[in-house]
Design a binder for this molecule. Structure first.
Ligand code: ZN
Length: 133
């Protein structure tokens, strides 16, 4: 793991939360992107070396919609930057973590991603992400 790449925050409305986080961080989002396969619309903010990802459900069956139903808005995942996602996935699987996808998949912000089930990491949804270059 190289560093925390971003924190993901589940929100009900990207439009409302974009303006809230713009006030909080003093910068506008540098991109908005829909990841249709995941049922999410995202926006990304930079603050220093770190990033914040806001996630809004794009359909009622989206994992983000289910998360908000259960827990309300708030921190959804921690994403770590990795250099070699396949070897990190193999290492973590061997350590007993439960991978939610067995192959890296295309995530937002030009990344390969893999998620770890929160039940194997103290209730924290962990994302690995590697730049697609
Ligand atoms: Zn993320």
């Amino acid at each position: 793991m190289e560093k925390i790449e971003h924190l993901g925050i589940a929100v009900k409305s990207l439009a409302t939360s974009n303006s809230l986080f713009e006030k909080l961080l003093g910068v506008a989002p540098y991109k908005e992107e829909e990841v249709a396969s995941e049922g999410v619309k995202t926006s990304f903010f930079r603050t220093g070396e770190s990033k914040i990802e806001l996630l809004e459900a794009s359909n009622p069956d989206s994992p983000i919609a289910r998360f908000i139903d259960k827990k309300g808005e708030g921190i959804h995942h921690i994403a770590f930057a990795v250099n070699d996602i396949k070897s990190e996935m193999a290492r973590l699987k061997a350590e007993g973590f439960v991978l939610l996808n067995e192959e890296p998949k295309m995530g937002a912000d030009n990344k390969w991603v893999c998620f770890l089930h929160p039940k194997s990491s103290n209730g924290v949804l962990v994302e690995l992400c590697q730049d697609r270059g």
